[in-house]
Design a protein around this ligand. Structure first.
Ligand code: G1P
Ligand code: ZN
Length: 545
């Protein structure tokens, strides 16, 4: 096998964001663009000779082309074996499961998660370490530095291989195993939950669920697990065939993009009692009860509070972790359980060290991400099965379970307002202005709200001591209310401002006040402090979740 060195030159802007490098497909299709980034990953690694790499993606447009390129480059980089999902498919949590099960050296996941796909949509790539989790910031920073100095990439002269059939092939001297993308993952989930009880629930005539795969990667996974293994009726999984452009939709399971599912459960007319959805690469989840969308922050708290009902977690939770903007609902559960609750920056990569060290068992983010120490990614179908297991044991509808949770712990009323595609300079300006005003904020009053403290969130990893600065502006108010501002690190066009709003309501008589109404004073404060309309020219958010 002869390694060919192809001369190249750096591209600007190959800096991984919250979750890998995400760009428009048109950017990735430029000659040498993907190759430069992949070579920079391989140059940052050491010791990969003869080792196993896991490779797969969410099936979006360009997935197939990128996989063939990466296989040739992996052979040139000296990997001994690549495990690739059939048709190049691996959901993000499945990739994590495969890396861990087969003790691979690492993995490359091709996805832009919930971002739209297709020739004019987004593409993405990220590297996961041997623990199955996204590489940490030290690694991604090193990859970025490498992209700025790259002068050549290595490949071999080999034809594309057929990825549609399971089996063993070769690319150069490297072995390629085309694996069933579902099997290892399904087996892992089956080991965590009470499949017999869930199957009994799904067989009940008075229980009907719908899982919306949003034309994205979870279709085959959900069919195999919910319909084939658990016996849910055929048709339980809708939009179950992965399409390269997700059918033109936006594979993000929130009330805006999964409006059809929410509508189907809005009243009793469809006969559905439970709904769920997942995103482009299968790591996010949405849980819907009858006429009731479960807020992801509440979902994390409910999962933690009910852990004793789940076989894998019945022995107890070591701790829980949430990203800083996620509501503090889970903190209250942790306090009641007497276990630690860690607050990390946004992005799953920060949970890895806590999970590896056995400090946290469950983790979650307000952005529809929940997961546990079974893999090192958030996991959409895992969350759905966890909920089904709770429903099966408690024999109550999802909305009643959440309402009972509020009765016991109080309600952390929560919402996120996103201002998408704003001018990058304006987004930076808004954040800089806010940052410069931080010292004046503590003690200030806005329409009866009292600011207790304000800071730019910084985090020191309790396991490895690494420090991450500038992770979002926090304004903390009386009685557990908060407003948080940060710029998205996953968008590919302009800037997205995220405003996170939270208010704690202990009084059960006020739990049913509509969310935006309950948060109105905080929405006013956010505008007054950050001057969103004046700086961005936007008077309303694009997405409210
Ligand atoms: C968003 C979410 C974040 C999540 C990430 C990857 O990142 O807010 O919680 O980890 O997607 O799914 P952001 O665009 O806010 O940087
Ligand atoms: Zn995702």
């Amino acid at each position: 096998m002869q390694v060919i060195s192809v001369p190249s030159a750096p591209f600007a802007g190959q800096k991984p964001g919250t979750s890998g490098l995400r760009k428009k497909v048109t950017v990735f299709r430029q000659e040498r663009y993907l190759e430069n980034f992949v070579q920079s990953i391989f140059d940052t690694l050491s010791g990969q000779q003869g080792q196993t790499l896991v490779l797969g993606g969410d099936g979006r447009y360009y997935n197939d082309v990128a996989i063939q390129t990466i296989l040739r480059m992996a052979a040139a980089a000296g990997f001994g074996r690549v495990l690739v999902g059939r048709d190049g498919i691996l959901s993000t949590p499945a990739a994590s499961a495969v890396i861990r099960k087969w003790r691979a050296f690492g993995g490359i996941i091709l996805s832009a998660s919930h971002n739209a796909g297709g020739p004019d949509g987004d593409f993405g790539i990220k590297y996961n370490l041997g623990n199955g989790g996204p590489a940490n910031e030290a690694f991604t920073d090193a990859v970025y530095r490498r992209t700025l100095e790259i002068s050549a990439y290595n490949s071999i002269d080999a034809p594309d291989i057929d990825l549609s059939r399971l089996g063993e092939l070769r690319v150069g001297d490297m072995i390629v195993n085309i694996i069933d993308p579902v099997a290892d993952y399904a087996e892992l989930l089956e080991s965590l939950f009470d499949f017999e009880r869930i199957a009994a629930l799904l067989a009940r005539p008075d229980f009907r669920m719908r899982f919306d795969a949003m034309h994205a990667v979870t279709g085959p996974y959900a069919r195999a697990i919910l319909e084939d293994r658990l016996g849910a009726p055929a048709g339980t999984v809708v939009n179950g065939t992965p399409l390269p452009d997700f059918g033109g939709g936006h594979p993000d399971p929130n009330p805006v993009y999964a409006a059809e599912l929410v509508a189907a459960l809005a009243d009793g007319s469809s006969g559905l009692s439970f709904g769920a959805a997942s995103d482009g690469d299968g790591d996010r989840n949405m849980i819907v009860g009858r006429g009731f969308v479960v807020s992801p922050s509440d979902s994390l708290a409910v999962l933690a509070a009910n852990h004793a009902l789940i076989p894998a977690y019945a022995g107890g939770l070591a701790g829980v972790a949430r990203s800083m903007p996620t509501s503090c609902a889970v903190d209250r559960v942790a306090a009641a359980l007497g276990i630690p609750c860690y607050e990390t920056p946004t992005g799953w990569k920060y949970f890895g060290s806590l999970l590896d060290a056995g400090k946290a068992t469950l983790c979650g983010e307000e952005s529809a991400g929940t997961g546990s120490d079974h893999v090192r990614e958030k996991d959409g179908l895992w969350a759905v099965l966890y909920w089904l297991n709770i429903l099966a044991v408690r024999d109550l509808p999802a909305d009643v379970i959440v309402r009972e949770h509020w009765q016991r712990f109080g309600r952390n009323v929560y919402s996120r307002h996103d201002y998408e595609g704003i001018d990058t300079a304006k987004g930076d300006h808004l954040m800089n202005e806010l940052r410069s005003r931080l010292p004046q904020l503590p003690g200030a009053e806005f329409a009866g709200l009292h600011i207790v403290s304000a800071d730019d969130f910084a985090y020191t990893d309790p396991v490895d001591g690494s420090r991450s600065e500038r992770q979002g502006i926090r304004i903390l108010l009386d009685e557990g209310s908060r407003v948080v501002f940060r710029l998205s690190g996953t968008g590919t066009e302009g800037a997205t401002l995220r405003v996170y709003l939270e208010r704690y309501v202990a009084d059960p008589d006020r739990h049913e006040v509509p969310t935006q109404e309950a948060l109105a004073p905080l929405i006013g404060l956010a505008e007054a402090v950050a001057q969103i309309a004046a700086i961005t020219g936007r008077s309303e958010p694009d997405v409210i979740s």
